[in-house]
Design a protein around this ligand. Structure first.
Ligand code: NAD
Length: 329
């Protein structure tokens, strides 16, 4: 395909504007149509980035000439739109976490498989040189334990959908999914989880039904064990995120978002390649233009596997027992 890729959007909120900014800079992209149920939002985005405005995705799929669609929706809003798009042969970019309910994700995955469209999930960490260097470095090494945390505040403020469990799925599912996905990318599949959680600090925040603290044990297929903790109580700042791997040879590898350290420092050396990797948007558009799916580091199936871990963790906390992570194939 040498023509620009004709792109549409379902959802034109926060992250959609980030993708639109990137795509607007790319010569091989034409922003053709934008859709949001919030008319003012879609009109504002159209004014900045162009394209035809819609408030109903079906009308957009009927009326606009598209090759690909970005789904930048809150977790609760993923539904039939992705299925309809896949059935029409449109390539899908879906923001993380791909769904709130596993059953919806399985139906979408089936449509993606049946149609053969290219899919890409918004785990942009997988495209970083550091992440890929760590993945390669650890590939032939035993990992004794993985310990991760993501502690922060409340994205969007107290009246946002993010604070409502039935809309976001909570901090682990919505935000720390990046850490869970990175752990899966580096260390392989998680087969069982057990989550406990609490709400002790954000009791003074309105509209909050998500726990402000979550602790999850992780059992890996490889036999490795681990845990991840989240907090959304640090509403005045001071949070952070890091994942530690205890590695054969008796040392720790610490991975923060774009940075890696080994402790003790002389225990091993890890080379991080120079050079700018492809961004996630460049990878998705490039895969469509060339047909080279290897550019994409997280397909819909892979993204659903990460969502399945946090969905199982939420079930585990509701049922007060360890839960096996459903197999997604
Ligand atoms: N990869 C990342 O680093 C990253 C960063 C930010 C957000 N995200 C993810 O992106 C998703 C969206 O987050 P956001 O911050 O952009 O949310 P947002 O609330 O700012 O935007 C979501 C938009 O979707 C619209 N919408 C809801 N239902 C719709 C429907 N049926 N049809 C059309 N439009 C609909 C809303 O009106 C809203 O404008 C979340 O899952 C979030 O986790 C990912």
């Amino acid at each position: 395909m040498s023509q620009p890729v004709k792109v549409g959007f379902v959802g034109t909120g926060g992250i959609a504007n980030g993708h639109l900014r990137n795509l607007a800079e790319m010569k091989n992209v034409h922003i053709a149509a934008l859709c949001d149920v919030d008319e003012a939002r879609v009109n504002a985005a159209v004014e900045t980035y162009g394209g035809q405005p819609y408030t109903d995705y079906r009308e957009m799929f009927d009326g606009a000439d598209l090759d690909a669609v970005y789904f930048c929706l809150p977790p609760f809003a993923h539904s039939d739109a992705e299925i309809v798009a896949a059935e029409r042969g449109l390539h899908l970019f879906v923001q993380k976490p791909v769904v709130l309910e596993l059953e919806t994700g399985i139906r979408i995955l089936e449509a993606v498989k049946q149609s053969g469209v290219i899919s890409c999930v918004g785990y942009q960490g997988r495209y970083m040189n550091v992440a890929n260097a760590v993945r390669e470095f650890l590939a032939d090494k035993a990992i004794g334990m993985i310990a991760s945390h993501r502690w922060g505040g409340v994205p969007g403020g107290p009246s946002h959908w993010w604070c409502v469990m039935e809309k976001s799925g909570g901090m682990l599912h919505e935000q720390a999914t990046h850490q869970l996905d990175m752990i899966r990318y580096i260390a392989g599949e998680i087969v069982e989880v057990y989550k406990i959680d609490a709400m002790k600090v954000n009791v003074d925040q309105e509209n909050h039904t998500i726990p402000d603290a979550e602790v999850v044990t992780l059992q890996f297929e490889s036999g490795t064990v681990g845990y991840i903790s989240t907090s959304s109580a640090l509403v005045n700042g001071g949070g952070g995120t890091r994942t530690d791997f205890i590695v054969e040879g008796h040392y720790t590898l610490q991975l923060a978002w774009g940075d890696v350290r080994i402790l003790p420092e002389d225990a091993a050396t890890i080379e991080i390649p120079d050079g700018e990797p492809l961004s996630i948007d460049e990878a998705f558009i490039g895969a469509i233009q060339t047909g080279d799916r290897s550019l994409i580091r997280s397909s819909y199936a892979d993204g659903l596997k990460s969502a399945a871990v946090s969905i199982a963790a939420n079930q585990s906390s509701r049922e007060h027992r360890p839960v096996r992570v459903p197999l997604i194939s």
